[in-house]
Design a protein around this ligand. Structure first.
Ligand SMILES: Nc1ncnc2c1ncn2[C@@H]1O[C@H](COP(=O)(O)OP(=O)(O)OP(=O)(O)O)[C@@H](O)[C@H]1O
Ligand SMILES: [Mg+2]
Length: 370
């Protein structure tokens, strides 16, 4: 029996759970500043005071959700008269659903889904809060999903002004925005009571990504399954966008590929294949992290009507009103992120001109954009 062949009842995975996206990581590094700012803002709640509201923003996969969950669970352990309610606005995407979720956390009772008006339910929620003399801290995660039809404004407004109508109501809000450049302005009525501590989650740098992934490798696999070279390769893929989820998912899929061919180690090809097979998933996630102007430009390129820089700029300028410098920067960014090729052609009408073409199937790009 050759030593590098995996037997049918053997595995290269050790603690598989650390390679799942919903795993709550024990090792949560490179976010000390953000964790500190969050704790500092929420600390007053532990003493029965209204906490400082927070606005967390940053690109996808930069640890926003995890940071809030970490601080919540730490503070919950301390006890105190505080209720921490987490709302995933992607799942609870109406103002009624949001308030129901909080109501349930506070009272342990699931409110009826119909026949109750939002106002009425909200009133009950606040009455309960005042009577119990608790402080309520609400995390509205992925609040961007409430940005349509003013749901976000109404939820925020209700929570933040509750004390005006119900003296003694103590509510703090943590709004979490996965910012893709399409920045949202809350209604001025909300802005004047929100006054948040703004906590920024920048993209991780290459070394930080590598360090976090190395930790997953250490627990997720048995020793020597993932070489330094393979870890570099995976980090390189992740560094294209900075979304850690891509890396965690790649580790798992590359591991499964290795096992499929009964190998004790993950090869460069295993990773390439894993990246390829989840190509669209990554592509869509990555495109989601572009700003809206960059998306407009990418869409024009994918539609392929104007490949020459001059014509492309004209269309781009018409839609966005942005000037040539910004256009030029964006072309370079799309090229750097490997969405497009921008090569000089020898034979443009007016001499040398740049031809810009998508590097992915245009249909794939358009699918992700819509
Ligand atoms: N500093 C870190 N250390 C270890 N794991 C991390 C770290 N940051 C993020 N992760 C992991 O990366 C994944 C994405 O993190 P998280 O869900 O917190 O990102 P997010 O900023 O909320 O993204 P989105 O904007 O898409 O909601 C999770 O699986 C999380 O465990
Ligand atoms: Mg999140």
């Amino acid at each position: 029996m050759k030593n590098d062949i995996l037997l049918w009842d053997e595995t290269i995975f050790n603690h598989v759970e650390v390679l799942e996206l919903d795993h709550f990581p024990e090792y949560f590094a490179h976010r000390d500043k953000q964790l500190q700012a969050l704790k500092y803002s929420l600390r007053p709640a532990m003493r029965g005071m209204r906490p400082v509201n927070c606005l967390l923003s940053g690109p996808p996969g930069t640890g926003k959700t995890t940071a809030v969950w970490k601080v919540f669970s730490e503070m919950e352990e301390y006890g105190g008269n505080v209720v921490f309610a987490k709302v995933n606005c992607q799942m609870d995407s109406t103002r009624f659903a949001v308030i129901s979720r909080i109501y349930k956390k506070l009272t342990n009772i699931t409110p009826p889904t119909s026949g109750v008006a939002f106002r009425k339910l909200f009133e009950k929620l606040v009455e309960h809060l005042v009577e119990s003399e608790k402080v309520l801290v609400v995390a509205l995660d992925d609040i961007n999903y409430l940005f349509y039809e003013k749901h976000a404004d109404e939820v925020m407004y209700s929570l933040l002004r509750a004390h005006e109508q119900y003296p003694g109501a103590k509510i703090g809000v943590i709004a979490i925005v996965s910012d893709t450049g399409r920045s949202y302005q809350f209604d001025p009525k909300v802005g004047s009571v929100f006054l948040p501590e703004e906590i920024d989650f920048p993209r991780y740098e290459y070394n930080e990504l590598r360090d976090i992934l190395a930790n997953r490798v250490k627990y997720g696999f048995f020793p020597n399954v993932v070489s330094e070279e393979v870890l570099d390769q995976i980090t390189g893929y992740v560094d294209r966008t900075g979304d850690l989820r891509v890396g965690i998912n790649l580790l798992k899929r590359a591991g499964l590929n290795a096992e499929n061919r009964a190998s004790r180690t993950i090869s460069i090809e295993d990773v390439e294949k894993a990246y390829e097979s989840s190509r669209l998933l990554h592509l869509c996630r990555n495109i989601g992290s572009l700003t809206s102007d960059e998306r407009t430009l990418l869409e024009l390129i994918a539609r392929g009507e104007e490949a020459q820089t001059g014509d492309l700029y004209k269309s781009f300028h018409e839609t966005t009103k942005l000037g040539y410098t910004r256009f030029f920067e964006m072309v370079n960014k799309l090229q750097a992120l490997q969405y497009v090729d921008a090569d000089f052609s020898g034979k443009g009408k007016r001499g040398r001109t740049r031809i810009i073409t998508p590097r992915y199937q245009p249909d794939d790009i358009l699918k992700c954009l819509h």
